[in-house]
Design a protein around this ligand. Sequence first.
Ligand code: NAD
Length: 438
Amino acid sequence: MTTAASNHPTGTASANPHKVSHISVFGEAIEFFDEAASNLELDPNIKRILTHPSRQVIISIPFQRDNGDFDVYTGYRVQYSFARGPAKGGVRYHPDVTLDEVTALAFWMTWKCAVVDLPFGGGKGGVTCDPRVLSKNELERLTRRYAAEIMEVIGPDKDVPAPDVGTTPQIMAWIMDTVSMHNRGYTPGVVTGKPLNVGGSRGRVEATGRGVMIAIQSALEKMGKKLQGQRVVIQGFGNVGSISALLLREHGAKIVGISDQYVGLQNPAGIDVESAIAYINAPENPRRSLEGFPGCDTLSNQQLLELPCDILVPAAIENQLTADNARKIKAQIIAEGANGPTTPAADGLFSQAGVTVIPDILANAGGVTVSYFEWVQDRMGYYWREREVNERLGEVLRENFDAVWNLAQNHKVTLRTAAYMLAIQRVVDSLTTRGIYA
Ligand code: NAD
């Protein structure tokens, strides 16, 4: 295990540590922070601390393939901030996972937890692998070794992982079991997003999509509009995209475009979301792909983003809305289901064009909010009904959405800058109350 405490991803703590020769996801993510920090007139000493991750862990994970050979994958756990509580954030299994990306994701988690006022810091993990080509047994061995390697730094009071792209409730159950075996005691609170029968929370699977819907409803309400009849395009049809589509449709919106990494689909008359979910879950569709789903025209992911619609929900991966396509986007509301789907350049263009962007740290905070509820339930050993979970989720999201909206109005800034301002101020308050142990 390599632990790079406070080691900036550029490798140096230079005066301008965010200038890198290649495009750094973390470097770009910091641009949003910088704008909010300057609005807050943040003390440069505090800013220096908050623009460095607390801890970055890099590990090599040997694991045995089903054919007996050994592979070695690289895994990461980045704990960006502990100022407000244990680090919190998902684990990503994807071929493109890098330390830079995981650091950016951990950075976003810090502000996401703070913007909805959860008692957590921010963290994220990942393994550079393609989970789709691994058998179930291989995935289990990889996960258990990853969990064993990061065990020293995770725990209910230290850092609480959860699912993200490419990881599932079953993978969370293996992490929980591995840690429990080593601890010689049931430790459900070490990880969230678990299946219900091993300490998961009701409503967790749907929570991020439900939060996206609540964020869109809240924004429309502020604009004096209704969800009924709004045309929605959703990129990504995994946990976040498919549940957002389902709930938005249930509440009256018309889903006119969906996509996954293989294909985009459009139908201006409305897509039958329930059937699309059944289609990807069918046993004869092991890649869980939308390819071949009937009743829709096919198009590329780029074309999908540019479809005529009222609301666009990017719910796949980072950097999908860029300076190249921002002017071609027709939606008037963009609700960021994914983390980091909009580059700073595109964000500026949306702001100039009067497009309302509900930023990732607010729009997709439903998942971590119910993860918080799961952690609380695990610690109490007392499990809530789904109705209670959903009610509390709605309260948390609406209350903090209002706070962000009002801040944006008062300071004449975008919702993104307002969300960062609220979150940064909360982290700074905790940090300065605790004092800086230097
Ligand atoms: P997932 O693995 O369940 O689904 C990802 C979807 O995106 C799949 O449909 C996949 O085919 C598609 N996709 C992948 N690469 C793509 C590409 N290049 N172009 C178009 N589509 C592509 O993942 P998820 O949990 O739904 O997460 C999606 C996004 O939401 C990620 O940015 C994640 O960090 C964020 N997020 C997830 C949660 C959660 O609770 N799951 C919470 C907050 C934020």
